[in-house]
Design a protein around this ligand. Structure first.
Ligand code: SF4
Ligand code: SF4
Length: 231
């Protein structure tokens, strides 16, 4: 059985709590180590590590733990918007570019290479179960999609309602399905004349709308080929 480490580097605790909801399903698949279970160890190797929370790059203790987990894990998964794309913690520096005196919070991928990232505030934890199934070769026909999408998201430095507006709605790609509006945990999107509109002051930059939008996910999956001029 594979080994899975779950580690929270600091956040609201919503993501670790959401993972507890699927703990029985996880334990059917992998051996789980975490602080909540009382069996946390950073001195052994893991097949998979899940990090929740964003990286405070001013705190050496936090960045060294993230680097240590990266060394110990074959596959590193950023779980939740803070870990994946910074999320609401991006606002902790007061809307300015980082300076040494600011406590600056960034996605885990700003410190180490991340293999897969699942945004959401918190994400639906069954996404983590499905991703593990895919990694273990048990995910069926969805596996390729899951692995491709969440590895692409791990390469993104930011995803938000602003990106959804720019890349999908304002560029005319939106089909008006409303999935983004239904997925937004901050009620920052609403439909206006059949298309979503953003209330900027409500957006917490969680990126959930982007990974729920069928057009945005297509764009994410095709972006490497587009940037190489292949299509
Ligand atoms: S619009 Fe909503 S779902 Fe999209 S990034 Fe902002 S808060 Fe998250
Ligand atoms: S999910 Fe995407 S395609 Fe659907 S309404 Fe929102 S922006 Fe448009």
């Amino acid at each position: 059985m594979s080994d899975l480490l779950i580690y929270d580097v600091g956040g609201c605790e919503g993501c670790p709590l959401s993972i507890l909801r699927v703990l029985p399903q996880l334990e059917e698949r992998v051996h789980v180590s975490s602080k909540a279970l009382g069996n946390l160890s950073l001195s052994r190797d893991y097949d998979y590590a899940v990090i929740t929370g964003s990286a405070c790059i001013n705190e050496e203790r936090v960045t060294s733990i993230i680097r240590r987990i990266r060394e110990k894990a074959k596959v590193l998964i950023a779980y939740g918007s803070c870990a994946s794309v910074g999320g609401i913690t991006l606002f902790c520096r007061g809307g300015q570019r980082p300076r040494p005196e600011h406590r600056t919070f960034l996605p885990i991928s700003s410190v180490v290479e991340v293999d897969y990232a699942i945004p959401g505030c918190p994400p639906n934890p069954t996404l983590l179960v499905n991703l593990l199934d895919s990694l273990e070769g048990e995910g069926g026909s969805r596996s390729k999609y899951f692995l491709s999408l969440f590895s692409r998201v791990a390469k993104e430095k930011k995803l938000s309602g602003f990106d959804l507006m720019d890349e999908i709605v304002l560029s005319g790609l939106c089909i008006g399905c409303g999935a983004c509006v239904l997925s937004c945990p901050a009620h920052a999107l609403h439909m206006v004349e059949g298309k979503p509109d953003l209330m900027p002051e409500k957006c917490i930059r969680c990126g959930t709308c982007c990974v729920r939008c069928p057009r945005f996910t297509q764009l994410l999956l095709r972006r490497p080929a587009l940037s190489r001029g292949v299509v």
